[in-house]
Design a protein around this ligand. Structure first.
Ligand SMILES: Nc1nc2c(ncn2[C@@H]2O[C@H](COP(=O)(O)OP(=O)(O)O)[C@@H](O)[C@H]2O)c(=O)[nH]1
Ligand SMILES: [Mg+2]
Length: 282
């Protein structure tokens, strides 16, 4: 699975990578200086590569960055598959001006995704830092917004989706979440919100054959997945997409129950999987 994270400096790309995959893969820029000067790729293993790149709006190198992003999005490997399976465009939920994000999506990304189906499946747009929009309405103990903030965030995500639709004609999936954060190196890590929702979107946008690989590599920290909105059962959505992905793969596991599919994988990676799978299947 080849996943690319895009968005302005400081929107939380590195934090999101770390929250999803549960290791300090990508350095978080505590002091908001651009840590990533060029498009970097991190190979988690031979099955997963993550791409992290500076966002547009970072300065005079923008046109050069845009060209690199376009080039990467259009590139195909020797088997004819896209180099990048999925682009995650991240923005700051607290930002009043998402102009650079809209132009990144409509001028740089969407026109270069491929045909109509690729345009729908190869991009997800997500508003991070939803805890920072209105701290008075954020429940820090349980890592979740109250009803008032939920309504506000729903509105922002919807406006975001509608604006993208107006300029590109594409129904891009949008959502909001919090990657969780640390104020400084010694501070306690705040828990993420809607991380399972983000994962469920990622998995449903992942090519069939690669879905199980994604799941096999996510953070084993149960706590990180716990706090989500209750609009859908994201655990079930994740199980269903992985399950249908498996069934689509040449009948390899046709008809198999999701639990039995995890059996062999659980054995391969050992006891560590218990925590996440316990949560996922529980
Ligand atoms: N309040 C809050 N801060 C966050 C969140 N995610 C990341 N941050 C903080 O935002 C800053 C920039 O994050 P980083 O991951 O380095 O952003 P990047 O430049 O896009 O890679 C860091 O201080 C993070 O701790 C979040 O969900 N909520
Ligand atoms: Mg970064």
């Amino acid at each position: 699975m080849r996943l690319k994270f895009t968005g302005g400096t400081g929107v939380g790309k590195s934090s999101t990578i770390n929250a999803l995959f549960g290791r300090e893969i990508s350095r978080v820029g505590i002091h908001a200086e651009p840590e990533t000067m060029e498009i970097k790729s991190y190979e988690l293993n031979d099955k997963i590569t993550l791409w992290d790149s500076p966002g547009l709006g970072d300065g005079k190198k923008d046109p050069e960055h845009a060209r690199k992003i376009v080039d990467l999005l259009r590139r195909k490997d020797s088997s004819g598959a896209y180099m990048i399976d999925l682009v995650l465009v991240l923005a700051d939920a607290a930002s009043r001006d998402l102009g650079t994000t809209y132009s990144l999506i409509s001028d740089v990304i969407v026109p270069n995704l491929g045909d109509a189906n690729d345009k729908k499946t190869r991009i997800i747009a997500a508003l991070n830092k939803c805890d920072a929009v209105n701290p008075r309405h954020w429940d820090y103990t349980n890592s979740r917004p109250d009803a008032k903030l939920t309504a506000e965030l729903d509105g922002r995500a919807d406006t975001f989706r509608r604006r993208v639709k107006e300029t590109t004609g594409v129904d891009v999936d949008t959502m909001y979440y919090s990657a969780g954060y640390k104020d400084d190196d010694n501070a306690e890590q705040e828990k993420p919100y809607n991380l399972a929702k983000l994962l469920s979107l990622i998995v449903s946008h992942t090519p069939d054959k690669k879905r199980l690989v994604v799941l096999d590599n996510v953070s084993r920290d149960q706590e990180a997945w716990r706090s989500n909105d209750s609009k859908r059962d994201y655990r079930k959505d994740i199980r269903d997409s992985v399950s249908s992905g498996m069934k689509a793969v040449a009948g390899a596991a046709a008809g198999a129950e999701i639990g039995s599919m995890f059996g062999p994988i659980g054995t391969i990676i050992g006891a560590g999987i218990g925590g996440f799978l316990g949560w996922l299947l529980g």
